[in-house]
Ligand binder design. Sequence first.
Ligand SMILES: [Zn+2]
Length: 459
Amino acid sequence: MIAQCCKSAVPALLLSAILNLSCFAGTDEAGIIIRDVNLIDGTGSDIQFAVDIVIHNGKIAQVGQTLQWNGKAQIIQGNSRFVIPGLIDAHVHLDTAVFAQLTEAERTEAIRHNPRAFLYNGVTTVLNVSSEEEWIWELRRAQRAGEVIAPRIYAMGSMFSPKGGWGYASGLPDSHSAVEKAKHYVSKKTDGFKIVLEDGLGRSGKFTEMPDKMLNSIVAVGREHDIPLYIHAINIEEYERAIAAEPKAIVHGLEDPIPEHSTLPARLKQHNIYVVPTLSLFKSFVTHDGSLDSTILRNSVPGFMQEYAKDQQYMERERMLLNDYTKIDSYQWVEEKLPLFMENTTLMHQAGIKLAAGTDAGGHVGYNFQGYNTPWELKLFVECGLTPMEALVAGTRNGAEVIGVENVLGTIEPGKFADMLILGSNPLDDIGNIRDIGLVIQNGRIYERDYFAYKEEDL
Ligand SMILES: [Zn+2]
């Protein structure tokens, strides 16, 4: 969302450092049987106890009681631990690194670790809603080819924003160039168009708003080629413009009170528009989930970032740099708006609007940590009144629906990709238990969580 404008050239991919995919995975021929787990399958159905799951060729082959596999099989004893689908973060920018003051070398290192940070925190799929286009196409290709360790990446190049617009240093000068860009992205098999309607935090008007003509021209190309639209909107007027464009999702929460008799929630539901409230983004301006000394944070980010996060002066300079960019006191703005972002999430959920988990992690905002913040987003959903089960569905199945891949991802059912987490404790008792990850299974490959932990020797 924020301050992606000021980045310099994106560092090289450094793929060679993350090429080793070996672990104790099954081969293509052998099956894997996970015995005796308590299954929360992501559909919202009740937990199932003492279940076996059979994985073959990266897919879920069977789910049931006392299963056998006809052929060679590796057995994993679940010992009554808890299985949930891999988490899906539906709003990321993999080429961002949280702090604006990082040196180029630090920034490169942080970005290199980003994909692992997601996996370490149980995120096996991401929707990358905007990054430098050639960089993200290449990372998506490398991930799909199995050349890098990364979550499944769905990507849509860079965002559509007018010249002088939000989040973009040199945006689109006119509708013609917007159409050219959209057609180019179609040729790159983009997974969506990200369209920015923001004109500055708090209706500051400090940034150019996208003209109707430009918006309509991008929407038209999307319709013609069946490309889903993801709209960055944050206030009522922007939400109204977004609804008229019938996007797949609005990828930020709503900062305004919803008037009592407003039909806005009903129309969001009627058009099946998902909302990705990015609560952890707004919270991360001023706070963070858990201790800055925690082992989980240490394993999620390079050590220098953990140290900077604890340095009050460093963080104060981050604030000033963000305010320079937004041209308002963005921290004062967020303090005022945080209760509304939370309340509106509650209201939308009550109105039957489907929510999905997205963090917008990495933009230059406070403690906006990549990967680390995704489980926090689910905890914040529970603070907004969702049950832990509903929060888990938002972080799994609904994320798959937002991307349009619910036929292959998001739940634990036969035929889907074997992306799942084995947790040491029950997330339905306490949603915070989604941080208690033992194994991460992606595409049928089984990893100890610590396999993805940040290690200094990676440098
Ligand atoms: Zn964003």
